[in-house]
Structures are given as C-alpha cells and as structure tokens.
Design a protein around this ligand. Structure first.
Ligand code: HEC
Length: 163
C-alpha cells in the first residue's frame, strides 16, 4: 500500500516535470519567435517613406521662400513637389478619394509655381496654406483607411484600397 502510494507520488512528480518542461519549451519557442519578429521589425520600413519625406523637405523649401520673399525658392520647392506627385511612389493607394487629393495637390502646386513666376508672394502664401490643408487631409484619409485595412486583413498590409 505504502509502495504504490509513493509510486503514485513519483508518477505525479515525473508527469508534472514533463508538463512543465513542455510548457517551458513552448514558451521558449514562442519568445524566440517573438524576438525574431521584433528583430526583423525595424528594417521593414515603408519603402516609400524616403520619397514621402522628400515631399516634406520640398514644402519646407517653399515656406522658406515665402518668409524670405524669395519667389525663386518658392518656385523650386513647388516644382519639386509637382514632379513628385506624378511619380509611381506617389500612387501607393488606389481609389477615387486618394486620386482626388492627388489631383488637388497637383493643382495647388501648379498655382504656387504660377504665383512664384509672377513674383506674387501673397498669392503664393495663400496657395501654400491650401496645400498644407491638402497634406493634412490626405494623411488623415490614409490613416483612417489603413486602420480599416489592418482590421480586415492583418497579415498582408497593403495600401491598396477602394473607398
Ligand atoms: C494624395 C495624398 C497625399 C498628400 C496630398 C500628401 N501626402 Fe504625405 N503621404 C501620403 C502617403 C500615402 C504616405 C505614406 C503613409 C504611410 O506609409 O502610412 C505619406 C507619408 C508622408 C510622410 C511620412 C514619411 C515617413 O517617414 O513615413 C511625410 C513627412 C509626408 N507624407 C509629408 C507630406 C507633406 C509635407 C505633404 C504636403 C506638402 C503631403 N505629405 C501631402 C500621401 C499624401
């Protein structure tokens, strides 16, 4: 009776150790996988990010031109933005709303170029404000629609959406 009791106890202990080790092994695998995901995360920067940041640099050039009343600088920055808006990197998102924001962006940069060519800094300043509203509007739209996209499909994050 005592022997079978202690045998039972040993069995429970052995079983317990086995369960624990499997659990620990699993969690070790899990943490390993997680750390692998984490370590590969940073290099996966959006490939269009440098292109988009160049857009910011160009818009800063325009602002600098406006505050220093240099029509030439305004024109240069606006021309850079206009060229960028026609690049493939710009068309990362499909759909009518995005196209509308893009068209507005092109129209406003054209107005900027036009005003700068005429040396009309006041008109250029007005267009610049419109342009800034356009930047903010498009980004807001992109952010909202991306959230919807992630909810629908978590493993393939793509910015192709129709809305
Ligand atoms: C037609 C839409 C649209 C307009 C207009 C627009 N952007 Fe963007 N912008 C985007 C998209 C799309 C991204 C990429 C978003 C992402 O990766 O989540 C982006 C990203 C950026 C980024 C972030 C880049 C990074 O580091 O990830 C900056 C900065 C930026 N835009 C600046 C501007 C400025 C400044 C303007 C106005 C002069 C502007 N954008 C107008 C669509 C637009």
């Amino acid at each position: 009776m005592r022997i079978s009791n202690s045998l039972g106890f040993v069995c429970i202990v052995v079983f317990g150790i086995a369960v624990l080790s499997v659990f620990r092994f699993n969690s070790a695998v899990a943490t390993n996988a997680e750390s692998q995901i984490r370590s590969t995360d940073p290099p996966q920067e959006n490939p269009v990010a440098p292109f988009m940041r160049a857009k910011l640099t160009a818009s800063q050039k325009v602002l600098e031109g406006l505050v220093t009343e240099s029509a030439e600088k305004v024109k240069k920055g606006a021309e850079e933005m206009f060229v960028m808006s026609n690049a493939a990197e710009w068309k990362v998102i499909q759909g009518p709303v995005y196209s509308q924001y893009s068209a507005e962006f092109r129209r406003t940069t054209e107005q900027l170029i036009d005003s700068a060519k005429k040396g009309n800094i006041d008109a250029a300043a007005l267009s610049y404000m419109q342009l800034t509203m356009n930047c903010i509007g498009c980004h807001k739209y992109v952010k909202e629609t991306s959230v919807v996209q992630i909810d629908l499909d978590t493993d393939t994050f793509s910015l192709n959406l129709e809305k």
